[in-house]
Design a protein around this ligand. Structure first.
Ligand code: FE2
Ligand code: FE2
Length: 490
C-alpha cells in the first residue's frame, strides 16, 4: 500500500495535507530538507523495528491484517485500507497543518505568537511532558502483545492490531519532536523509549497503569475505553500547547485515538448485549448460571470497570500539583478545550473544588485553580467516562437487565494523591483496614474472577464467528461485511 507523493503543500513550514510515502520514513514535514534529523530518525528506525518484532503482537507478525494507513492529515478521508503485514506498516511523522498566526492561548505568554522552537527556559519540563506521553505508546503495545492468541473474532483481532500499530505511530510522533527539538538529549530519550518495558522490575514504563497487565479481552476493552481516554485528555491538553509542533502532533494523534475509544466502548457494549441475551434466555441473572452459559456476569464486568477506572484516574497525578501549575503558566500544557473556555486563561485568582480528607470524611475544599489543574482534567475525564457508562446502561436497559453499571467514587482504590493512604468504598466511604480486607474482592476482580475470564479466552478465527461472551458488532470496518476476513491467520 503506497500513496503518491504529497501534493497540496500548505503553510510556511512545508506541511503537506498528503503524506509522502516515497521516503523511507513517510512524513508530511518535508523531512528530506533536514538531513541531520532525517539521518537521526533513519538510525532509530531499525531499532524501532527490532523493538516491534520483539515486543509487538506475538504470533502475528507475518500475517496479513486489514489495516488503515494515514495517507493525508485532511480530516475528510485521511485513511486508506488494505492488507498489511504489521512490520511493513508505514509508520511515519504526520502533523496537522499549522494554523495561521496561532498564539499562545494561556499562561504568562498569552497573546504571544506560538513557539516554533522550544523556549530555552522551559526545555526540561517540555521534554518531560513529551517523554511521559511518548512512553505510554509503546507501553500499551507491550501490555497487549499476547491478546492476539485469544481473539474473540477476526474483527476484534484486526481492531487490536489497528490500535497497536497506531500506538507505534504515536511513539514516532513524540520521537520526532524529541529528535527535532531536543538535540542529543532528545536522541537519548528516543533510545530510552525502546529500552523500558511494561511491567519490568528493573526498567519499567514511567506511569503505573502502563505497567499493569492486560491479560484478557475484557481488560483490553476497558483499557481502550478508559485508559486510551486518558490519552485523549492528555493529548487534548497538549494540543493546546503554545509549543506549536507539539500541538500539531497531538491534534493528528487525537484523530487516531478516536478509533481506540470506539473499540473499547463498543467492545464492552457488545459484551453487555451478549450477557443480556443469555440472561433473557435462561431467565436468570445469577452470576454462576450466566457464567455456565459462557457469558460474563454483570458483577464481574462492574469489578473490571472499578479496577480500570481507578488505575487510570491515578494517571492524572496528585490533586494539588505545582508541576501542573508551572506547565500551564509557561504555556506548555493547557486545560481540556482551553481555547473554548471563557475566562482569563491565566487563573491567577480562580479557585477549583478539590476533594480532601478530614478525619475519615471526604470533603471538598476550594484550592487555587492553578495548582488544581490535575484534578480539573481528571474531573473532565470522569464526566466523559460517565457518558460512556450511560450509553452502556442503555444497552442493559434495552436488553432487559435489572442492573446498571456505575463509576466508583473517585477516591476508590487510588494509589496516587490524597487517597493513597486510605481505603475507600466504591460509594465513597472511608473504610477500616479490616473492612477493606473483607470486601475488596467484591469490588475488584479477585483470583476467581480472573480465572473465569481467562477460561473464556479461546481464539475464534473463522470469519463472521464470535466467542460465546461477545455479540457481533453492528457493522464491519470500512463498510466491509462482518464476515469479512479482517486478518488472514491460517
Ligand atoms: Fe496513543
Ligand atoms: Fe490509543
Amino acid at each position: 500500500m503506497r500513496a503518491a507523493a504529497g501534493s497540496g503543500r500548505g503553510g510556511e513550514e512545508g506541511i503537506q495535507m498528503s503524506i509522502n510515502y516515497n521516503e523511507r520514513i513517510p512524513n508530511n514535514v518535508s523531512l528530506s530538507e533536514d538531513k541531520q534529523l532525517q539521518r537521526a530518525l533513519e538510525r532509530w528506525q531499525p531499532k524501532y523495528l527490532d523493538w516491534w518484532r520483539e515486543m509487538g503482537p506475538e504470533g502475528f507478525q507475518s500475517k496479513d491484517v486489514y489495516l488503515r494507513t494515514a495517507i493525508s492529515v485532511d480530516p475528510q478521508g485521511w485513511a486508506q485500507y488494505g492488507y498489511v503485514k504489521m512490520p511493513d506498516y508505514r509508520w511515519g511523522i504526520f502533523l496537522t497543518p499549522p494554523e495561521k498566526d496561532r498564539q499562545v492561548n494561556f499562561g504568562d505568554h498569552k497573546g504571544d505568537p506560538a513557539w516554533q522552537d522550544v523556549p530555552g527556559e522551559y526545555r526540561s519540563l517540555l521534554r518531560r511532558l513529551i517523554v511521559t506521553q511518548g512512553d505510554t505508546e509503546p507501553a500499551s503495545v507491550e501490555q497487549q502483545r499476547q491478546l492476539g492468541r485469544t481473539c474473540p473474532s477476526l474483527y476484534d483481532l484486526r481492531n487490536l492490531f489497528q490500535v497497536n500499530v497506531e500506538e507505534g505511530r504515536h511513539l514516532w510522533a513524540m520521537v520526532y519532536l524529541l529528535m527535532k527539538h531536543f538535540g542529543r538529549d532528545g536522541r537519548e530519550e528516543a533510545e530510552g523509549m525502546l529500552e523500558r518495558r511494561s511491567g519490568d522490575a528493573d526498567r519499567p514504563r514511567i506511569l503505573g497503569a502502563f505497567n499493569e497487565k492486560t491479560p484478557d479481552w475484557l481488560s483490553f476493552f476497558f483499557f481502550t475505553m478508559l485508559t486510551d481516554r486518558d490519552g485523549k485528555y492528555q493529548l487534548a491538553s497538549l494540543a493546546e500547547s503554545g509549543f506549536d509542533p507539539l500541538s500539531r502532533s497531538c491534534k493528528f494523534m487525537l484523530t487516531e485515538e478516536a478509533h481506540h475509544l470506539f473499540v473499547g466502548e463498543t467492545g464492552i457494549a457488545r459484551i453487555l448485549a451478549k450477557t443480556c441475551e443469555v440472561m433473557k434466555r435462561i431467565n436468570s441473572d445469577d452470576p454462576a448460571k450466566v457464567r455456565a452459559e459462557g457469558a460474563i456476569d454483570l458483577p464481574t464486568i462492574q469489578k473490571y470497570l472499578n479496577f480500570h477506572i481507578s488505575v487510570t484516574e491515578d494517571l492524572y497525578g496528585s490533586e494539588i500539583s505545582t508541576n501542573a501549575a508551572n506547565a500551564y503558566t509557561m504555556g506548555l500544557k493547557g486545560r481540556f478545550e482551553e481555547a473554548k473556555l471563557k475566562d482569563d486563561h491565566k487563573l491567577a485568582t480562580a479557585t477549583y473544588p478539590v476533594p480532601d480528607l478530614a478525619g475519615d470524611a471526604i470533603i471538598v475544599r476550594e484550592a487555587p485553580a492553578l495548582t488544581a489543574l490535575n484534578e480539573r482534567l481528571r474531573d473532565d475525564y470522569i464526566v466523559d467516562c460517565q457518558k460512556g457508562v450511560d450509553r452502556w446502561n442503555k444497552v442493559l436497559e434495552k436488553g432487559g437487565a435489572g442492573q446498571r453499571l456505575r463509576l466508583p467514587h473517585k477516591a476508590f482504590h487510588r494509589q496516587i494523591g490524597t487517597f493513597e493512604q486510605v481505603h475507600v468504598s466504591p460509594e465513597g466511604r472511608v473504610l477500616t483496614e479490616a473492612e477493606w480486607t473483607r470486601h475488596h474482592g467484591d469490588w475488584l476482580p479477585n483470583d476467581a474472577d480472573h480465572a473465569f475470564v481467562q477460561s473464556l479466552m479461546k481464539p475464534v478465527t473463522e470469519p463472521g464467528k464470535f466467542a460465546s461472551w461477545i455479540a457481533p458488532p453492528a457493522r464491519g470496518i470500512n463498510n466491509q461485511p462482518i464476515e469479512f476476513a479482517y486478518a488472514r491467520v491460517d
